[in-house]
Design a protein around this ligand. Structure first.
Ligand SMILES: NC(=O)c1ccc[n+]([C@@H]2O[C@H](COP(=O)([O-])OP(=O)(O)OC[C@H]3O[C@@H](n4cnc5c(N)ncnc54)[C@H](OP(=O)(O)O)[C@@H]3O)[C@@H](O)[C@H]2O)c1
Length: 311
């Protein structure tokens, strides 16, 4: 009986120790930032909010995210949750002893005729109203072309639209509506085109699809050499492909070797290449794990993971 009580006490102590270790790692990782050309510091790990909609759901998610340490929130006009995020932050920032300047908000101009091009400055102003803030930390062109259903029926010159949109974003930055501006889903040609006529402001960030099964290494090199931070979305594979990615035998092997979860391994794989991440989760346990990336994947295992790339 005494032995059983002793082993029970020991296991409680060990669980306590493991939680303290995880919290130490989390606080180390949440302090990781990159410095953007403006001098602003941007968290390496942020919180993605797509498909989290409705005041109650958004507030619950952000409450957990803030409490475990997230300080960057990624949204977009197209996610239809900016207003809920604005309301939630109004209530949650004081609750967590934070102010607006302690957090980093990213939003994006929707890639559709009524939002982008000449309408982009108005879209930015509308996003600020919905988010109930006087500025966003980062504002991105969501996509270099209209989303497919719109594009199929149009004869648009997307190069002109991109140029017009960027010009409006530059004005937004100069007027203080966005502290930094950037792009999303841009390939090297799109970036070269923008850099050749950037109205005096280079994109600070390019947010793209990036995980071991889908990555463009030449794009990363191009971004690095032009001082553009690459930020990954679908870093866990997204809602649809996460199962295939996280169940991959190679990912699992690396995870077992390191005593980490497959999710942590694919996120660390990105961060270890200086790629920023914005994993989305409604699970508090996943939220904590996704910040707990203070470990190292060996060079050999990094190569194995990079080679999971699908052709
Ligand atoms: N610029 C663009 O075009 C673009 C496109 C897509 C997304 N984004 C942005 O990128 C963010 C991230 O992308 P995403 O949300 O589609 O996909 P994601 O972050 O790759 O995957 C989210 C899925 O992974 C699960 N998950 C999270 N952490 C996990 C863990 N540690 N272990 C196992 N499963 C885990 C989540 O479920 P649980 O809730 O159960 O954890 C959720 O189903 C979006 O929220 C959005 O802000 C941008």
């Amino acid at each position: 009986m005494l032995r059983q009580i002793n082993s029970f006490i020991l296991s409680i102590l060990l669980i306590g120790l493991a939680i303290v270790r995880a919290e130490e790692n989390v606080s180390l990782t949440q302090k990781l930032t990159v410095t953007l050309p403006s001098g602003d510091r941007m968290p390496v790990i942020g919180y993605g909010t797509s498909r989290i909609r409705g005041d109650d759901k958004v507030k619950e998610a952000l409450d957990h995210a803030l409490s475990v340490g997230y300080r960057l929130f990624d949204t977009a006009e197209a996610y239809e949750n900016e207003e809920s995020i604005g309301k939630a932050l109004k209530e949650l920032l004081p609750k967590h002893n934070l102010t607006r300047k302690d957090i980093f908000i990213t939003s994006k101009v929707a890639s559709r005729p009524e939002s982008s091009g000449a309408n982009s400055y108005i879209s930015l102003s509308r996003s600020l109203r919905r988010l109930d803030t006087s500025y966003v930390d980062l504002y991105l062109i969501h996509s270099p072309e209209y989303w497919s259903s719109v594009a199929a029926n149009s004869n648009v010159n997307f190069s002109e639209i991109r140029d017009l949109t960027w010009k409006q974003l530059v004005k937004g930055q100069k007027d203080g509506l966005a502290r930094n501006i950037g792009v999303s889903n841009y390939n090297i040609d799109h970036l070269k085109e923008l850099l050749s006529n950037d109205y005096g402001v280079k994109p600070a960030v390019n947010q793209v699809h990036w995980n071991p099964e889908y990555h463009q290494d030449d794009l990363l090199e191009f971004c690095k050499s032009n001082n553009i931070a690459l930020q990954a979305y679908f870093s866990l594979g997204g809602d649809k492909h996460k199962i295939a990615l996280l169940d991959n035998q190679e990912v699992k092997k690396v995870a077992d070797k390191l005593g980490k979860t497959p999710g942590q391994v694919v996120l660390r794989w990105a961060v270890q290449q200086n790629v920023l991440i914005i994993p989305k989760s409604l699970s508090r346990i996943h939220m904590i794990q996704n910040l707990d990336l203070n470990f190292q994947i060996s060079e050999d295992d990094m190569k194995i993971l990079s080679n999971l790339q699908k052709s």
